[in-house]
Structures are given as structure tokens and as C-alpha cells.
Design a protein. Structure first.
Length: 243
């Protein structure tokens, strides 16, 4: 079975298919709709053979569909029927969850994607729980506003790096992971990594997309019990630090 993996980002859409060595990409941006993404992918994937599709989406996903439009792209994503658009079976996952799956080794892993926003996923003993930690309050705004692309542009690299260390420290203290992976395009800007962290690789997004179609235990659980538990703990920690 050949898989086409699509990694949808705020600045680029990247694709790779089974049996191919080099990814292809095109620019996205704040005006790109879901249908425009599909049209662009179908043109770019011309000549590639694929039976199924994996989509890494920069926002919350439920029942295989986006449940909210992303902040950094255009409208029309919520409830979009990707299966009908691609005329093939499609699995949709949060983009950070897809890259986290490709980065996972064992135990309790926290993945943080330093990209246009702040992607986040927790994997506990192989169970993938996508999270939206970037939107939680931090200082005068949210985590994402300080360590995402906007924060980098506003603060400059030196100050941005300090906030990355602070944010990673707060989230690690709240969630108590065995392993912290920093991925996303901006992770390479860090001169050194926060304690207990390892550097991810954007290629792991494609690895995760391929794994989504394997019968492995490391896939998203239909239950959100783990996600609810850690989110509750995190909110309590954030509230305590703000008071």
C-alpha cells in the first residue's frame, strides 16, 4: 500500500509518497483554503502512485476531520471532507501529533513543535494524545505568542531563545515527561537545547504519516482520558505560576 503524506504548515505544504526519496513543497499562507491545499497537492503529486493519504493538520482534529479553522491559514477547513476531495481513504491528524509519532521511542514523550505556532503532543506508552498547549496563557498573551514565529520576529533570536527555555521548563515540570523532543523549523535556531531535550527532525512528520497506516499500537487513542488529565494538571500549574 502506497501512502501520500501531507504536512500542512503555516508557510509551506510538504508532501512525500511511499517509494519517493525527495519531498515536494509549495507555499501556503494565511489565505490558503482547504480546497486550495488539495488542488495544490494533487498537482504537485502528479506522477506519484498512492492508495491512501495522511494529512498533518495545524489545528485540532476529531473523528478524522478538523474541528476548527487554523489561525495561520485561510477558512474552509472545519469539517472538510478530505476523503471525497482526494478520492482515496484519508487519515487526518494534528500536525504535531504526526511528527511526534515519527519521533517517538518509548515511555512518556512530550513533543513541542517550534514553528508558525507552537505544536504540542504527549505520547504515553504509545498512546498519542494531541494537545493545544500553545493557546494557554503565558505572560501577557499565550505560549504561542512568545515562542511561535510571531514571537521570534517581535522579540529577536536572543530573547526568543530565553522564552523557549522558560516555556519548555514550565511544560516539562507540569507534564513530567521522560523525554522531550523539540521539532519544527525554528528548533534549529536554538544554540543549545533546554535540559532533558533532544532535537527532532522535520522528516519525522513523514515517518509519522506512514506509521498512521500501520497496525502498530502507537496510534491515537479514541479516548481522551490522558489528554484531559494532563491538561487539567497543566492548567493548574499555569494558574499557580500566574498567581
Amino acid at each position: 500500500m502506497n501512502v501520500l503524506v501531507i504536512d500542512v504548515g503555516g508557510t509551506h505544504v510538504k508532501i512525500l509518497a511511499s517509494g519517493q526519496n525527495d519531498k515536494r513543497e509549495f507555499a501556503s499562507g494565511p489565505e490558503m483554503t482547504a480546497q486550495q491545499m488539495v488542488s495544490g497537492v494533487r498537482r504537485l503529486a502528479g506522477g506519484w502512485s498512492y492508495d491512501v493519504v495522511s494529512v498533518g493538520y495545524p489545528g485540532p482534529v476529531m473523528h478524522n476531520r478538523p474541528v476548527a479553522d487554523p489561525k495561520n491559514l485561510g477558512p474552509g477547513w472545519m469539517g472538510f471532507d478530505f476523503r471525497r476531495a482526494f478520492a482515496r481513504p484519508v487519515k487526518v491528524a494534528n500536525d504535531a501529533a504526526m511528527q511526534a509519532l515519527g519521533s517517538y521511542e518509548k515511555g512518556r514523550m512530550l513533543f513541542l513543535g517550534l514553528e508558525t505556532g507552537l505544536g504540542s503532543t504527549l505520547i504515553v506508552d504509545g498512546i498519542v494524545e494531541p494537545m493545544e498547549l500553545g493557546h494557554l496563557p503565558y505572560k501577557k498573551a499565550t505560549f504561542e505568542d512568545y515562542v511561535g514565529e510571531r514571537g521570534l520576529e517581535r522579540l529577536g533570536k536572543k530573547t526568543w531563545r530565553k522564552h523557549v527555555f522558560d516555556v519548555v521548563g514550565r511544560l516539562a515540570a507540569a507534564l513530567e515527561p521522560d523525554d522531550v523532543v523539540l521539532g519544527g523549523g525554528n528548533a534549529k535556531i536554538l544554540k543549545e537545547l533546554p535540559p532533558g531535550c533532544r532535537l527532532g527532525d522535520n522528516a519525522n512528520a513523514f515517518k509519522g504519516g506512514f506509521l498512521m497506516w500501520e497496525d502498530a499500537p502507537r496510534r491515537e487513542s479514541p479516548s481522551a482520558r490522558v489528554g484531559r488529565a494532563v491538561a487539567t494538571k497543566l492548567r493548574a500549574t499555569v494558574k499557580s505560576k500566574r498567581s
